[in-house]
Unconditional design. Structure first.
Length: 358
């Protein structure tokens, strides 16, 4: 999704700016907890509850300020609402952000405190694994609240990164079919930005289908593993944009697609797992002007959320798997409408999601 508010609009105080951002995103609820015993600093942003209880990951990373953490939680929760709506899930969107302390002396007590925070919201928010947390952390949280999913109870099925990767792979297949008229990924060159959990799993799926891979990551060990296991070509982070590939797949940080990097792209398709890939929504128009087919992130990366919801709702996993595979059809519909209506793929996807949210 989009980082729409710029710093220049934040006048008076940071809180004023956050309220304006909340109004722009049509929020929702923002809950904050500080625990002086465990040093928990947590934000839970619940964007939308119209379709049902809101599901969103629990992210624990370092932030430069509390304002930055709150803004990140809001932006990510907004994206989760769109993701759930595009997947026709009976859930709204939310996100929890834990401002990571330098040292966690007692991780279990720390997570218990967060679990109590989640439980206090009475089920309006269902937490899940995200950057900086693990499925084992969700197990600990589940000891204190039932409003949690993606635990180890379901084994690999509980690992959202695997299903996110499958949904992105299906989206790449749709883009290749739409752009190149090809039904196979054999010989398709994909430049993957990020070799983390999703990036690795995506590389695995693409390699198994004969794709050629170029990859980058600041974690040299993770990158080397992909070189060894998938015969990927490693490149420096700043060179990934100009790689002469068919598909550019952002699978790391958000907001990496901006005016500068889009002009560097040699790929004719952009399909990845990262949230909030665009620095600003007008960059979707820029890609369209340059003939680059863009798969909106909140459509392509919905596989993990689909399985997280299935675990929480006690649904059939076969149905969840079919929903992930059907991301192909959803993406194809977005591509087709974009051409027919002469609008960016982002505009089309957001319009569909907003209609469902209303």
């Amino acid at each position: 999704m989009i980082q729409e508010v710029s710093r220049k609009h934040k006048q008076h105080t940071a809180l004023d700016g956050l309220f304006r951002y909340a109004e722009f995103l049509n929020f929702g609820q923002i809950h904050i907890k500080f625990d002086p015993v465990t040093h928990l600093k947590a934000i839970i942003a619940v964007h939308n509850l119209k379709r049902g209880p809101a599901i969103g990951g629990c992210r624990m990373v370092h932030y430069g300020s509390a304002d930055a953490a709150i803004e990140d939680a809001m932006r990510l929760a907004y994206g989760m609402s769109f993701k759930a709506a595009m997947s026709n899930l009976p859930h709204g969107g939310a996100k929890a952000v834990l401002i990571a302390p330098k040292i966690i002396k007692d991780r279990k007590a720390y997570l218990y405190s967060f679990a109590d925070f989640v439980d206090s919201l009475g089920g309006s928010y269902v937490t899940a694994v995200d950057s900086g947390t693990s499925m084992q952390d969700m197990d600990i949280i589940a000891e204190r609240t039932s409003f949690v999913t993606t635990t180890t109870k379901f084994g690999d099925l509980g690992n959202p990164s695997l299903h996110t990767a499958t949904g992105v792979r299906r989206s790449i297949e749709a883009a290749v079919k739409f752009k190149l008229g090809r039904d196979s990924l054999e010989g398709i060159h994909v430049a993957i930005q990020g070799a983390g959990h999703v990036g690795f799993s995506l590389a695995n799926e693409l390699h198994a289908r004969g794709a050629k891979l170029t990859m980058t990551d600041v974690n040299t060990m993770a990158l080397q593993r992909c070189v060894e296991e998938f015969n990927a070509i490693a490149c420096e982070p700043e060179m990934i944009y100009s790689t002469n590939a068919d598909v550019f797949s952002p699978c790391a940080l958000g907001a990496t697609l901006n005016t500068k990097t889009i002009h560097q792209l040699k790929a004719s398709m952009v399909v990845g797992s990262a949230n909030n890939q665009l620095a600003h929504r007008h960059h979707a128009d820029l890609m369209q002007e340059r003939g680059i087919l863009y798969a909106p992130d909140f459509v392509a990366n919905a596989g993990g959320l689909i399985y997280a919801a299935a675990m929480y709702d006690h649904n059939d996993f076969d149905k969840a798997q079919q929903q992930v595979f059907n991301i192909y059809d959803t993406i194809m519909d977005v591509f087709s409408r974009s051409i027919k209506e002469n609008r960016s793929t982002l505009d089309v996807a957001e319009n569909i999601a907003m209609t469902r949210l209303r």
